[in-house]
Design a protein. Structure first.
Ligand code: ZN
Length: 164
């Protein structure tokens, strides 16, 4: 009887941790090879708040291989990247008070993580959004699509870095 009860409790605990993954919270990984592990992130349209966590799975310091995660309209991406270059390392390659930036984490180095939380009031379903890294030269490869209001088919689960 005791054994049965314990087994049941263990099963409940295991089910509980797996069943409640919040689709409004997504994570993405970066590495020392100047890559994100996902080229597309998606959150459901009923998320009023989105939380994005960037992990840096590498070992290199932020001064050498620092990454951030920045969200903007696709059409604003190159403008934000250029403004970030002008802002320089001291400002984390992010222009201050730039209204084109919807959300951004700080720049992190190997082994670090950063989370950004933002409301979706500024997002419109059907608009093309892009996420990218504003470290110099990185956005040519460190970029992807951000879908708001699309069916959740987030590629984050694979954990596999897809090339070119
Ligand atoms: Zn980067």
């Amino acid at each position: 009887m005791i054994i049965l009860r314990l087994t049941g409790a263990a099963l409940l605990l295991a089910a509980g941790t797996a069943a409640y993954a919040d689709p409004c919270k997504v994570s993405i990984e970066s590495n020392d090879m100047m890559q994100f592990n996902s080229r597309e992130l998606a959150v459901p349209g009923d998320c009023t708040e989105v939380e994005v966590t960037l992990h840096h799975a590498g070992k290199l310091a932020s001064a050498v291989m620092g990454h951030d995660w920045v969200l903007a309209k696709e059409s604003d991406m190159s403008g934000v990247v250029n403004a970030g270059l002008a802002a320089g390392a001291a400002r984390g390659y992010l222009p201050q008070g730039d209204a084109r930036i919807i959300a951004a984490t700080k720049v992190i180095g190997g082994g670090e993580s950063a989370t950004v939380k933002f409301t979706t009031t500024a997002l419109t379903a059907g608009t093309r959004y892009a996420f990218f890294c504003t470290s110099p030269g990185h956005s040519t490869v460190m970029r992807g699509r951000f879908l708001f209001g699309a069916p959740t088919r987030v590629a984050q689960q694979s954990g596999k870095v897809t090339g070119g």
